[in-house]
Design a protein around this ligand. Structure first.
Ligand SMILES: Nc1ncnc2c1ncn2[C@@H]1O[C@H](COP(=O)(O)OP(=O)(O)O)[C@@H](O)[C@H]1O
Ligand SMILES: [Mg+2]
Length: 261
């Protein structure tokens, strides 16, 4: 795969339940080093879209149709085994509440070693990767000895990102990764994600309700409302010449909150 190739490519995706469209995404491409964001208010279909393109909506009763390629594999039809190998090694999911996504009974270091072990990484290689990943997200090595409840929300989110890096993921899919964090920590995690895209060529698919936040990270933005895309383009164009009334509302909401949009 060359750098120009899409990590994720979506054409005419539609997710529905008993005929009602929950999310439709006509077009989205993500390449290495890029950040593409799906933005919209709660219930607009962002999480549904994200989970579907990762193949995590299967068996939920939702009807999914469309042309999707995730690292060359169709997440709508590929075997679970094939998808499991892609998730983790090539793409990692970062959730809104990092602490609740972590196993409360395991120290962070043990958890990371186990996940890497499950992906066939030997102990000494896993230790080397853990050290490097902790350094990349600026977590102190001693945190490996902490349980999830002993670390802050920001540290837990850094750990989730470190896990993705240690696995060697080339893409991170993040669902509202900073909305459970306070403002200062939010800015730190945002800066870290930006750095990982720019310096390491990571692809970031970022789902958020916050256009102001998204505008500091994303190369392109897809604006969703009620399951449909109402605006989609380079971030600069969407912000300066929004093509929907709803985008204007999101921009104004960001300004009212003192955001950068
Ligand atoms: N498994 C499901 N079964 C039924 N409805 C669902 C399911 N998943 C999502 N929905 C509905 O789809 C719509 C979009 O939800 P979601 O993708 O979670 O929005 P967002 O992430 O933008 O807040 C909502 O109306 C939600 O209730
Ligand atoms: Mg959501």
């Amino acid at each position: 795969m060359t750098v120009q190739d899409a990590l994720l490519s979506v054409q005419d995706l539609r997710v529905s339940l008993r005929g009602r469209t929950l999310a439709s995404l006509p077009q989205l491409d993500l390449r290495a080093g890029e950040c593409v964001s799906i933005v919209g208010e709660s219930g607009s279909g962002k999480t549904t879209s994200l989970m579907t393109v990762l193949g995590l909506n299967r068996g939920t009763g939702l009807d999914c149709e469309g042309d999707v390629s995730l690292f060359g594999v169709d997440p709508l039809t590929a075997s679970e085994g094939r998808l499991r190998r892609i998730r983790g090694r090539q793409v990692s999911l970062i959730m809104q509440s990092p602490q609740s996504a972590l196993n409360p009974t395991l120290k962070l270091g043990t958890m990371l070693m186990r996940v890497l072990g499950a992906h066939g990484v030997g102990k000494s290689e896993a230790q080397t990767r853990m050290k490097a990943a902790f350094a990349s997200v600026r977590l102190r090595d001693e945190l490996a000895d902490s349980y999830p409840h002993q670390v802050s929300g920001g540290q837990a989110q850094r750990f989730a990102i470190a896990l993705a890096l240690a696995l060697g993921s080339q893409m991170i899919a993040a669902d509202e990764p900073t909305s459970a964090l306070d403002m200062t920590v939010q800015a730190e995690i945002t800066a870290l994600l930006r750095e990982l895209c720019a310096d390491r060529g990571l692809g970031l698919l970022l789902v958020s309700h916050d256009l102001a936040l998204v505008s500091t990270l994303a190369d392109r933005v897809v604006v969703m409302k009620d399951g449909a895309v109402v605006d989609s383009d380079e971030t600069v164009r969407v912000l300066t010449r929004p093509s929907s009334e709803y985008t204007v509302e999101l921009i104004n909401a960001g300004l009212a909150l003192g955001g950068g949009a």
